[in-house]
Design a protein around this ligand. Structure first.
Ligand code: C5P
Length: 485
């Protein structure tokens, strides 16, 4: 029997196979077997003389359950394995209208969406609109004989991969924190063991109320993820402050990151991305240097996520103890000056993400020989400022990437400092994170970031650095697709 050797495939095909395999968590061999099995199952359904295109034109679209149905049990099984189910609980607030857009955005990403509307939600939107947009019946009552017989609250809770509560009113948040179960929404939330994402939306005073703060602390302690709320104008005239529900695309980014499917294969195909990562080492003499505690985990995860989404990635990395991410071109440097030169050399690019913790200062003159201890006491280190790589690239009028993204590692006043940095450095987005010793971010595996843009601030739920990377790559892909920053 003939055998196929992956090594002999052409480079382009190998690369695509590698990305696909990485995305699906399989070895390349397993991925190739899966593709063959799927192709064979298509073939079985084609009558003699037919072609997949003529007999099953809809196979081009992934994740459509109509397609899976038409293809029979094997494909249906594959489809079920791929399609993630989101149970969207719509609370009663003016932001409920945004939940309708959210359904569309989730469906565009080939997610199955099922909706529950609370009684209050039905004052703002109808179950019919939610059903029409989701393509599934929308549920409203805990004691609905038809529902309980057909699909009760336990099944609704269990059949979801993720439950999204949007808009999450102060009342729904309180019910969730208190473990109530007196309507369908709260009963489902109590009956589930699936991850839950809440998108709070309420009047700023309700948001700031001690009871809401307490409930939110409880939810976070219970492992519930939170997206938003944002600050800005409220629906009520002359009200402003924190309380606006996160925008549908922000919620989508959080959803994708929580279900581990941030940016699909090919989302950044044809795009060039530069990522800086790790610390820099600024030589004092041949054996000593100034450095910081950056591990490079966030930058390396970003490079890997961008490559997995099909981008051509150049990773400019300072000294780290991490394996090289697969599928990226890596340029290893030591000092900030070397990093700047490598980045300028890697231009042009569509996107540049500056995740490196570049040393702000370097010894003004690195000694050629090791500095010796002597009777004169400790040597005086004269420092000079390093070039700001992010600002240099962001202000480069000729070769500025479309999207320039920086990080802001802060120990206090995180958002204020990040906003100031956004303006000062001339970049498009800043991901601000708390690197105080208590946060454990420096060198740790998790990160809590706030995405600061000219449009406002999004606070992402605490998550792994890989998930932050996938979430950011998804946002980048969406932004480039919409061709705005
Ligand atoms: O000014 P600060 O160091 O807090 O800015 C952080 C952001 O700027 C990060 O994105 C970092 O990679 C970038 N940066 C840089 N070159 C420097 C200092 C910081 O690219 N010399």
């Amino acid at each position: 029997m003939a055998s196929i050797t992956i090594r002999q495939l052409d480079e382009g095909l190998k690369r695509r196979l590698r990305l696909r395999a990485a995305r699906n968590g399989r070895s390349m061999e397993d991925e190739a077997r899966t593709i063959l099995r799927h192709a064979a199952s298509l073939d079985e359904r084609i009558e003699p003389g037919g072609t997949p295109e003529t007999r099953a034109p809809h196979t081009a679209r992934r994740g459509s359950s109509a397609t899976a149905h038409a293809l029979g049990p094997a494909a249906e099984h594959a489809d079920a394995a791929r399609t993630k189910r989101i149970l969207l609980i719509i609370g009663g607030g003016i932001a409920a209208y945004k939940a309708l857009d959210l359904i569309r955005r989730l469906k565009e990403r080939e997610l199955a969406v099922r909706c529950i509307l609370t009684k209050a939600a039905q004052e703002f939107i109808t179950p019919l609109s939610a059903a029409a947009l989701s393509g599934e019946r929308a549920f409203t009552d805990l004691f609905d004989p038809q529902t309980e017989f057909d699909i009760g609250h336990i099944r609704l809770a269990r059949e979801a991969d993720l439950i999204v509560l949007a808009p999450a009113t102060a009342d729904l948040i309180a019910k969730l924190a208190g473990g109530h179960a007196d309507d369908l929404a709260s009963a489902v939330l109590l009956a589930t063991d699936r991850p839950v994402l809440v998108a709070p939306a309420m009047n700023p005073r309700m948001w700031e109320h001690k009871a809401t703060r307490r409930n939110l602390v409880q939810l976070i302690a219970d492992g519930v993820a939170v997206v938003g709320p944002n600050s800005g104008e409220m629906a009520e005239a002359s009200e402003a402050g924190i309380g606006r529900m996160a925008e549908p695309l922000e919620i989508v980014a959080a959803v994708l990151s929580l279900i581990g499917r941030a940016a699909g294969e090919g989302a950044l195909a044809g795009k060039r991305v530069i990522v800086t990562s790790g610390p820099t080492h600024e030589p004092i003499d041949p054996v000593r240097y100034i450095a910081n505690r950056s591990s490079g985990k966030q930058g390396h995860s970003l490079a890997a996520a961008a490559a997995a989404a099909g981008a051509e990635v150049t990773l400019v990395s300072g000294p780290v103890h991490l394996p090289d991410p697969p599928g990226v071109k890596i340029i290893k440097v030591a000092s900030a000056q070397d990093m700047l030169a490598a980045v300028m050399n890697a231009l042009p690019a569509d996107v540049a993400v500056f995740a490196a913790a570049v040393a702000d200062w370097r010894p003004a003159k690195a000694q050629l020989n090791k500095i010796k201890k002597g009777p004169g006491g400790a040597p005086k280190l004269a420092l000079t400022e390093n070039p700001d790589i992010l600002a240099t690239v962001a202000h480069n009028t000729k070769r500025r990437p479309h999207l320039v993204i920086g990080f802001a590692a802060e120990t206090d006043h995180i958002i204020e400092h990040a906003k100031a940095k956004l303006a000062r450095k001339g970049c498009d987005w800043i991901l601000a994170n708390d690197v105080s010793a208590e946060s454990g971010v420096m060198g740790g595996d998790r990160n809590t970031v706030h995405l600061v843009t000219a449009q406002g601030v999004e606070s992402w739920p605490p998550q792994s650095k890989e998930d932050v990377a996938r979430g950011l790559v998804a946002r980048i892909a969406e932004t480039l697709a919409g061709a705005k920053r």
